[in-house]
Design a protein around this ligand. Structure first.
Ligand code: GAP
Length: 465
């Protein structure tokens, strides 16, 4: 019998610790003392992230006739970031705690006391708001309330790529701050190469870099991260029709990948940037509360207008039926891989009591589980390990992610697999040598059934559907 325990108060610490211990996510450069706000994905983490990216790609590209893929470069002409507004305006308000010298985001300090600082506020406006609430704000590091004025800090990460004269501070090349700019600048190429007709979309998955001031909450906010973005090009009068369809599709996607609906909600942006028609975020109930998982925004024709202006290239689309020329309007879906990984881990993490013993289970939806099946011989002896290893290899060749484990008691091995979310364990025992059958043990119900080895692959595949 199992009894579920409600979400533990230290859920975040438990997830972070499990991730490191079991090889999902490691802090970067640990042997050198660490490197803030950057993480490495371990053997299980890379499988989980790849499964998430595959599910996204399927939903966005493979299952649709109107969206194509792209993999644009991380580096672009620096003009791209001038056109996009990132060089001038992609910044966060930074203040220093005069007592402990911690650098802090003023909008986050204000958010912690229930005050919203608008993204569009100028430095002066932010400082006015900060001054009005300063007495209620305390430094999260030292608890004192003694801050410098806020300064806007640009988030673009600079590099010296291709700049051999050494004056790269004056003329830097940027690592991309978001992947979608690569989509906008390839709009004419994709249009010509595919002969797609508006409305159509371009999707891509790739790394982005931001000089985040305070990187908080594990992989929720990091300086190097991966985005999954789709930009959908519409006729001006169809923008909001397509926007509603995209919102519905994105909500359904999260249900399809197995997130619990009660952990999701829409957040409507009240203060829109001047070009935006409408903006919603899908928020997820992370261990630290509901926060943005994905943005679904209607951006008007701002992006193509800017790139047209800065590049001098005409980016107009000609309607093949009416002959009308226009700059397509864009609706976007943008979500981080790391944030999705954290949402999936949070949703899956379960503590239970089984036969008076605690059991930690990651109840991953099967298609996201990093390992699908573990093969566990009851004894290390060659008699069992040889056929068990051969069976594991057959399962691998059937394209299943397999773990093989022959150390410690079978009970401990089941718990180890539960903790990494493996849906099925296959036990090879001494009876197997007689009856050519093995036992499948189910992660969630812990039920065990005996099946012939000859039909094992089918049985596992059927259950994984
Ligand atoms: N193209 C639009 C765009 O980049 P954003 O709200 O800045 O919009 C979109 O980012 C998504 O990318 C976020 O909803 C989040 O999932 C992810 N993201 C943004 N910054 C991140 C960071 N520093 N670390 C991890 N994920 C991040």
């Amino acid at each position: 019998m199992s009894e579920k325990i409600s979400a533990p108060p230290d859920l975040m610490e438990k997830i972070v610790s499990l991730c490191k211990r079991r090889g999902f996510i490691f802090p970067s450069s640990e042997i050198y003392g660490g490197f803030a706000a950057v993480y490495d994905y371990g053997p299980l983490g890379v499988e989980l992230a790849n499964n998430i990216k595959a599910a996204w790609w399927k939903a966005m590209v493979r299952h649709r006739d109107d969206i194509v893929g792209l993999d644009s470069a991380i580096f672009t002409s620096p003009r791209v970031w001038e056109a996009s507004g990132h060089v001038g305006g992609f910044s966060d308000p930074l203040a220093e705690c005069k007592s402990c010298h911690a650098r802090l985001r003023v909008d986050h300090l204000l958010e912690d006391i229930g005050v919203t600082a608008d993204e569009k506020m100028s430095e002066d406006e932010i400082n006015e708001l900060f001054a009005a609430h300063m007495k209620d704000v305390t430094c999260p590091k030292c608890g004192k309330s003694n801050f410098s004025a806020a300064k806007k800090f640009n988030l673009l990460v600079k590099s010296n790529l291709g700049n051999f004269a050494g004056d790269w501070e004056k003329e830097p090349v940027y690592l991309r701050g978001e992947t979608c700019q690569g989509i906008y600048i390839n709009f004419p190429n994709v249009l010509n190469a595919t002969r797609k007709r508006v409305p159509f979309g371009i999707a891509q998955i790739g790394k982005a870099f931001r000089n985040e001031i305070t990187a908080r909450q594990f992989v929720f906010r990091t300086r190097e991260f991966e985005q999954m973005e789709m930009q959908y090009f519409t006729a001006p009068d169809q923008e909001m029709v397509e926007y509603e369809k995209l919102r519905a599709a994105r909500w359904q996607y999260y249900l399809d990948i197995g997130l619990k609906e009660e952990n999701l909600k829409w957040h409507k942006h009240e203060n829109l940037v001047f070009y935006a028609k409408e903006a919603y975020d899908i928020e997820y109930n992370f261990p630290f509360g509901f926060k943005e998982l994905e943005g679904v925004h209607a951006r008007g024709n701002y992006d193509l207008t800017q790139h047209s202006k800065f590049s001098g290239q005409e980016l107009l689309y000609t309607d093949p039926v009416s002959g009308e020329k226009y700059l397509p309007h864009i609706i976007e879906s943008s979500v981080g891989v790391g944030r999705t990984v954290l949402a999936v881990l949070t949703d899956a993490y379960t503590e239970e009591i089984v036969d008076d013993e605690p059991r930690v289970v990651l109840r991953f939806p099967y298609k996201l589980a990093p390992i699908k099946v573990a093969v566990l011989p009851l004894s290390k002896k060659e008699e069992l390990s040889v056929p068990a290893r051969a069976l594991a290899q057959k399962l691998r060749e059937a394209d299943l992610a397999v773990d093989y484990d022959e150390t410690q008691s079978i009970g401990k091995r089941y718990r180890r697999q539960d903790e990494i979310g493996t849906p099925f364990c296959v036990t090879v025992d001494f009876d197997t040598l007689e009856d050519n059958a093995v036992t499948i043990r189910d992660r969630d119900s812990m039920e065990q059934v005996r099946v012939p080895m000859a039909t094992l692959i089918e049985e596992i595949q059927k259950r994984l559907l």
